[in-house]
Design a protein around this ligand. Structure first.
Ligand code: FAD
Length: 495
């Protein structure tokens, strides 16, 4: 039984691994020259710039997501995990606020900054403690769970339920605005975009507090390469530089793919882990959409996507003495292209010695950006280049102010725009996660089975909003469970 998988991102590789573990012949077709998709990083002039992981959920040994990461070879006992004491710091008028991961440290620190916020701080800390029990279900897709599975999940999540029912109804911004201190308000809106449900903020702090959100040594590209290695060690095949143009269908069944060079490939099942929009609207010409998908792809108000510009600086000095992530206030604002930010966050990676060569540090920042704004400029190469240079210059000036030792030491500058995500990952609107979970948007899953099309499955971040690496790896597993079910095979490993 043969499976064709489109895309060698984390979801595609995961599907390939579970496909092989269940005895299928698997071929992955990837348009890029390397694995990982959005889980990536790149080298420029001797500097490594990571383009993905800020925190990886599932780094705590023993939980179900960690087992999945281990099954696909992303993590093992040789991969050192860094769990930081704090997510980031925010500095304004010489006061520095830390978003600590330890709940008691967070409580003490926030109370020192704003004693008048005791009630809000207590609520935040209680909610974080309560949400520590939440784990991403990995064993079965939500639509495959039975009554008993749901009861088991509810029992496990019981301490969190009363907080979830409140936090799901308000946005991160609304939650932060309950605090009296403007400094705490700002600090709390930097972890997660302000229009997300407040649940996203509190559950992320809870993951960090329970030691489940860490940094795997070597960063994103190394992790993707470990997963690729695992897949290949199981006998899976990958074809790089193989962009899929169309999914071939016959009498309501997917039978294969047409590559951009005109070659056709056939299989018993086709799985696409490529960008959801590209799969549904380009490879399948918009022929197999249900109401759920139509809503998700058209209602940008309730289901927004997110894109950004990443500016990466290679600096010839050691920045270890600084917090690994620091945000600063920029009163005049900084323009990331069609959007203006009042804050900027810099991230360095000096804590990971495998990424440093001598006294060289990578300093990166992500700025909010407007996709259409960059797309318009992309067609005019000169204008596109000059806008990239302008953003880079603005970032360099701010970086040198806050990290004075970088003056005269910036050796390399790299700018990735929303169009970079389109070029390298075929990402719809340059998005680097799926739709945001907002208080106004009903939770919608995309099981990945399309009306009117058999033997085809969609997987990856666009099937489980808001996306992210856990979603990618877990949905890759789930898609093979679906195929095993059709083939009346027992899925393995069923833990
Ligand atoms: C800046 C940034 C920061 C992030 N931070 C985090 C984080 O801290 N934690 C976290 O969990 N997640 C984070 N993410 C999100 C995470 O990277 C993604 O959600 C995840 O990698 C998506 O994986 P995927 O396999 O579903 O899709 P993708 O990574 O998009 O993989 C799809 C693959 O399909 C290929 N493809 C597309 N079209 C075709 C075609 N026509 N033919 C052949 N191949 C095709 C693409 O090249 C790509 O390799 C971040 C992403 C970015 C960009």
């Amino acid at each position: 039984m043969k499976l064709i998988i489109i895309g060698a991102g984390i979801a595609g590789l995961s599907a390939g691994i579970y496909g092989r573990l269940n005895g299928f012949d698997t071929e992955i077709y990837e348009m890029h020259t390397q694995p990982g998709g959005e889980c990536t990083g790149w080298k420029r002039n001797g500097y490594y710039f990571d383009g993905c992981i800020h925190w990886l959920l599932g780094t705590k040994k023993g939980n179900s997501l960690n087992r999945v990461w281990r099954e696909v070879g992303a993590l093992d006992d040789t991969v050192k995990i860094t769990h930081h004491d704090f997510f980031y710091s925010y500095e304004e008028d010489e006061t520095r606020v830390f978003l600590y991961s330890d709940v008691e440290s967070l409580r003490r620190h926030f109370l020192e900054i704003s004693p008048e916020d005791r009630d809000n701080i207590d609520y935040l800390c209680r909610a974080v403690e309560a949400l520590k029990c939440m784990e991403m279900p990995t064993r079965k897709a939500f639509d495959r769970m039975n009554g008993l599975d749901y009861i088991g999940m509810m029992i496990k999540m019981f301490p969190a339920i009363k907080y979830l029912s409140r936090l799901d109804k308000i946005s991160v911004k609304e939650f932060a605005e309950r605090f009296r201190s403007p400094l705490l308000q700002k600090t709390l809106t930097m972890l997660i975009p302000p229009y997300f449900k407040a649940t996203a903020l509190v559950s992320t702090i809870a993951s960090m507090a329970s030691g489940d959100a860490g940094w795997p040594e070597g960063g994103s590209l190394s992790m993707a390469r470990r997963v690729e290695k695992k897949y290949e060690s199981l006998g899976g095949k990958i074809f790089y530089k193989s962009r899929v143009k169309k999914i071939i269908t016959q009498s309501g069944k997917a039978t294969g793919i047409l590559l951009e060079d005109g070659t056709e490939r056939f299989a018993d099942y086709v799985v696409s882990s490529a960008d959801g929009h590209a799969t549904l609207f380009d490879m399948l010409d918009g022929r197999y959409l249900d109401d759920n998908l139509k809503t998700l792809y058209s209602d940008q108000e309730n289901y927004p996507t997110y894109t950004s510009v990443q500016v990466s600086l290679g600096v010839r000095c050691d920045l270890s003495k600084y917090p690994h992530v620091s945000y600063f206030n920029i009163p005049s604002g900084i323009d990331g292209g069609g959007k203006r930010d009042r804050y900027i966050g810099f991230r360095h990676y000096c804590f990971d010695k495998t990424l440093m060569t001598g006294e060289k540090s990578a300093l990166t920042t992500l700025l909010n950006a407007d996709f259409d704004w960059w797309k318009e400029r992309y067609d005019n190469k000169e204008l596109y280049r000059s806008e990239k240079e302008r953003v880079a210059e603005d970032v360099k000036i701010i970086a040198q102010k806050h990290y004075p030792e970088t003056k005269g030491k910036i050796e390399t500058v790299d700018v990735a725009t929303p169009m970079t995500y389109v070029r390298y990952c075929n990402a719809w609107q340059g998005s680097w996660m799926a739709w945001a979970n907002t208080p106004s948007g009903k939770i919608r899953f995309v099981p990945g089975e399309l009306p009117g099309l058999e033997n085809f499955f969609l997987t990856g971040q666009w099937t489980l909003p808001p996306g992210g690496l856990p979603t990618a790896v877990v949905t890759g597993r789930w898609v093979i469970q679906r195929i095993c079910r059709l083939e009346k095979k027992k899925f393995s490993p069923d833990n």
